[in-house]
Write a protein that binds this ligand. Sequence first.
Ligand code: GLA
Length: 353
Amino acid sequence: MKTAARLLTLLVLASACQTATEPGPVPVLKQRFEGQFWVGAAVSLPVLARRDSLVRTHFNSLTAENAMKWKSLHPEPDRYIWEVADSLVAYAHQHGFRLRGHTLNWYQQTPEWVTRDQEGQLHSADSLMALMKEHIHTVVKRYKNDIYAWDVVNEAISDDDSLLFRPNDFYLIAGPTYIENAFRMAHEADPEALLFYNDYSTADPKKRERILELLQDLLNKGVPVHGMGMQGHWDLEQPSLQEIETSIDAYAALGLQVQITELDINCYAYTEQEPQQAEQPWNPTLDSLLAQRYDELFALLERKADKLSAVTFWGVDDSKTWLSNFPVKRRRNYPLLFDSLARPKAAFYRVVD
Ligand code: GLA
């Protein structure tokens, strides 16, 4: 009897210990910011297949990582390929996600025939505008009832402080008018869609001034631009929270809604001049540095929630992030809230805390 009682006590104690150390239910990211901003992720079909439940649990907005770029949808003048983008749209519908469109005009991941003839000569401005109009109308009309916001023009502002516009092919052909035309074309195709200008280094004071100049000019001309997309490819230290805050305030002061459209926190500092840092294994120091950075960042984003309509991560978990191949190929990076096995990291818990 004594032995049986002791055994029972031991069992109860053991199960109490187990309960104490067992993790409770994982909080839900999108619920944490409900009523403040949508929480999104950039996805591909393979990622949705692998992480279906994680994506459906934590996010309420999706962006196609690549599937809606010009090269993916419209690789040749008379050929559109819709299957992948249509599948993403169907998934978003089926599971009640909001969907962002990305992107209608970008100098990268756009086939060369869009801006140049077979000899490599730039098209005339009229030909380019006709091609852009056909593409933008076709894509935006197709997804009129599915996509609530488009990144219309991506990365048109120069990184060089002595230049306002990036001298890409679109600019070389048409000057800055290609930007306003892209917005007008998208608006013609879907007058309900929210139209965003999207860029990186949007919290850099000098680049911010250039972006503000472009946006102010578009607004002065009555161009239908409704939002500013701050990509948010940031690192553990840069940009400062102060610059991020100043930037959100400055874009919002133009009367635009602001979204963080491509958030990830690079675990390596990135400057072009810097010698490349060697790969680090995921470790407790990085875990806590990332947690600290995300914690401070989301505290700020939450304070700015009246100016922000969505925060979208560029990826779901660390198993698939462009930063593990850029700027250094095959150097593992850990920029997201879930680790490469899709387990919430310390950063996740700090953000939802
Ligand atoms: C830019 C683009 C995105 C994506 C990322 C890196 O930020 O806007 O579409 O290509 O680079 O993957």
